[in-house]
Design a protein around this ligand. Structure first.
Ligand SMILES: Nc1ncnc2c1ncn2[C@@H]1O[C@H](COP(=O)(O)OP(=O)(O)OP(=O)(O)O)[C@@H](O)[C@H]1O
Length: 233
């Protein structure tokens, strides 16, 4: 059964539609990427899934519940974590307090950061009392992913997690996302511009163009002609 199913979704900003009639399914356990040139609507699609952009048409089902009108904070409690572009770490809060924001979003009672977070991100343990804003870009991205993981999500949505990050950390992020997917069974949907990273990371792909999904399938079937047609700048 699909974990997330969008049917004929239209959404945008105010009266301006950006997404047109999007239907897509993300299956439980998928590690999928969402590709497309700048401005085609990838971020808007993630924002619609987490509820930051209302649907003007269509519906959305998550784990058998219709969430089309569910507010964002409840979608987080249902098990959708969103790691936005730019990470949105609170710069003056410590790493520990940034992590705890993830607990607050999940509605969990426990106030403790589970040890497994540090198994995935050992670096964070060494910087717990440091202000989030003093971490490097790559470390902040790892903190943002860890904060998302604190909600114990079923689905993680990530918006360009490798943007502006040095190659060695990009590789670490790739490995960590694969582990999160395989070891914890968390379904992952990543918006990505770097085609090589997407090919290495994801098993499935969706390509967007002008607010619509124009191609989808197994990543091994993503051909160079599709890349040239929809992704080359
Ligand atoms: N807050 C906003 N208000 C109005 N229009 C917006 C807003 N944010 C984005 N848009 C418009 O929506 C369209 C899609 O933008 P979106 O950010 O979803 O694309 P994207 O594929 O994620 O692009 P990028 O790769 O550059 O992040 C663009 O035309 C953009 O100008």
């Amino acid at each position: 059964m699909s974990l997330l199913e969008l049917s004929n979704v239209t959404a945008g900003y105010g009266q301006t539609p950006v997404l047109f009639d999007i239907s897509m399914k993300v299956e439980k356990g998928d590690l999928a990427c969402l590709l497309g040139r700048n401005g085609v609507g990838k971020t808007t699609l993630l924002r619609s899934i987490i509820g930051l952009n209302a649907l003007s048409k269509g519906s959305m089902v998550f784990d058998a519940d219709d969430i089309s009108k569910t507010p964002t904070y409840k979608r987080a409690k249902y098990g959708i974590a969103y790691i936005p572009q730019g990470r949105e770490i609170i710069p003056y809060l410590s790493v520990l307090d940034n992590l705890k924001l993830g607990l607050a979003a999940s509605g969990r009672k426990s106030k403790k950061v589970p040890d497994e977070i540090f198994e995935f991100f050992p670096m964070l343990k060494e910087h717990l009392s440091r202000q989030g804003g003093l971490l490097s870009g790559g470390q902040q991205q790892q903190l943002a992913i860890a904060r998302g993981l604190m909600c114990n999500p079923k689905l993680m949505l990530l918006d360009e997690p490798t943007e502006g990050i040095q190659p060695s950390i990009v590789q670490e992020i790739e490995e960590t996302l694969k582990r999160i997917n395989k070891e914890k069974g968390i379904t992952v949907l990543v918006v990505e511009q770097k085609i090589d990273f997407a090919r290495q990371l994801a098993e499935k792909f969706f390509i967007m163009d002008k607010g619509a999904i124009v191609a989808r399938g197994e990543t091994k079937a993503l051909t160079d002609s599709m890349v040239n047609q929809y992704l080359a700048v």
